[in-house]
Design a protein around this ligand. Structure first.
Ligand SMILES: Cc1cc2nc3c(=O)[nH]c(=O)nc-3n(C[C@H](O)[C@H](O)[C@H](O)COP(=O)(O)OP(=O)(O)OC[C@H]3O[C@@H](n4cnc5c(N)ncnc54)[C@H](O)[C@@H]3O)c2cc1C
Length: 385
């Protein structure tokens, strides 16, 4: 079986390795455009139990190789804060890993297994040629997938740009932090959200996120992430932290989500963000990518016919992703309205609504925000990402 995998991110690399495990005689070629992913500049991930189990299935000794140069930072607690409250809660045990370290590890495994990697950005014409030359063509090319775009109608592909802006930072402060942190601090402009995970006890990957209205007003107006650092530090240090953000040299991004009705069309299939991309607050992107890739490899192992394998793959993934999609869509829409939710909530309940622990109608958001665009994939060039 000849397989072309478009995209050498977490899903493409995991899939190529998993297919090689499942069908040793398959010839696999990865086409990787280097840095085309909306997440290429992303600094890292938290990996929790399912993701760890799936890495284990490919390589039981993965921890030694993935963390050859530094021990993993284990995370088993999460700190939730608002400007006036905080709570330390148990967190599913996992660890953080930088994107380059994860891709390097999976890339080495692929090379050792004889999987070919070609540096090439695949466009629509290339795709037509690949479909003829390969038995199976996989779109693992991320949230703006060219494979997804070419078959958007047949796949029932939906893309949504959220009215939320985020950027990455590093925090280096003398304060020790080994927890994952999830903060939502009310500022005059709106609510400033922080998600962080430790790379070491004194160095954390930080994502700052806020609504479009918040970013376009007051002291944030017209500021790049780097220019906003002094103000962000002052807001986020109000409740016991000593924030010392450092610039990652990145702009503000808008978040795109993807979902899909069918994961394959003819001999094309999608994995990872190309199929389903949820808001990062789920912390599940890489785990979902590995799960889809593992499932597809299993289906190819159990079905000699590619067409039959793809049907089984579609069925299994739709079952697995359906509930997650509904929950994450609801959460993302709630976050788009967080300024309104916080404005309408008494101070002593802010942490509970942020945690989603207050009953309806606080959680869930029947009204659609005006900043959201429902976009067809053909309009993807318009995104600011
Ligand atoms: C702010 C933020 C924080 C996140 N935090 C987490 C987290 O903590 N844990 C977690 O599990 N997930 C997290 N995610 C989600 C995670 O980044 C994605 O789910 C994951 O990267 C998806 O992997 P992928 O391989 O499907 O896509 P990508 O990582 O986007 O990789 C796609 C690859 O395809 C290549 N490519 C694209 N187009 C082409 C083309 N035309 N031809 C050839 N190659 C191409 C790209 O260069 C790239 O290498 C986060 C996302 C964001 C935005």
């Amino acid at each position: 079986m000849k397989v072309a995998v478009i995209g050498g991110g977490p899903s493409g690399l995991y899939l190529a390795n998993a297919i090689k495990h499942a069908r040793r005689k398959s010839e696999i070629t990865i086409f990787e455009a280097q840095g085309l992913s909306a997440h290429s500049k992303g600094l890292g991930y938290t990996l929790q139990q399912l993701g760890i189990n799936l890495l284990n299935k490919l390589d039981p000794g993965f921890q030694t190789r993935l963390f050859a140069n530094s021990a993993p930072q284990v995370i088993n607690k999460a700190l939730y804060k608002t400007h006036n409250d905080s709570r330390l809660l148990p967190f599913t045990t996992g660890f953080s890993v930088s994107r380059p370290a994860l891709l390097h590890y999976l890339g080495e495994m692929a090379r050792n297994a004889g999987i070919k990697t070609i540096q090439q950005c695949i466009n629509k014409q290339d795709l037509n040629a690949l479909k003829k030359d390969f038995d199976l063509v996989i779109g693992a090319d991320g949230v703006r997938s060219v494979v997804r775009e070419q078959h958007a109608r047949q796949l029932g592909a939906r893309t949504e740009t959220l009215g939320l802006h985020y950027s990455w930072f590093i925090n280096e402060s003398p304060q020790c932090r080994t927890e994952a942190c999830f903060y939502a601090f009310r500022a005059p402009e709106g609510v400033v959200m922080l998600t962080s995970y430790p790379l070491t006890p004194y160095r954390q990957i930080v994502i700052i996120e806020m609504t479009e209205a918040c970013l376009n007003s007051g002291k944030f107006q017209g500021k790049t992430p780097e220019q906003a650092i002094p103000y962000l530090n002052s807001i986020l240090s109000q409740n016991g932290d000593r924030m010392a953000l450092k610039s990652a040299g990145l702009p503000w991004y808008r978040f795109n989500t993807n979902s899909i009705d069918c994961l394959h069309h003819r001999n094309n299939a999608l994995v990872g963000d190309a199929a389903f991309a949820f808001h990062f607050s789920s912390g599940q992107g890489v785990t979902n990518a590995f799960t889809m890739a593992f499932t597809l490899a299993r289906c190819l192992q159990r079905n000699e016919s590619v067409a039959q394998a793809l049907q089984h793959y579609n069925h299994a993934c739709k079952l697995a992703m359906g509930k997650a999609e509904q929950k994450m869509t609801q959460r993302a829409h709630w976050l788009e309205q967080i300024d309104h939710h916080f404005a309408a909530t008494p101070d002593q309940q802010l942490l509970d609504i942020f945690l989603g622990r207050l009953p309806e109608p606080h959680f869930g958001n029947p009204e659609r925000p005006t900043t959201r665009e429902q976009r067809g994939p053909e309009q993807r060039g318009q995104s600011r990402l």
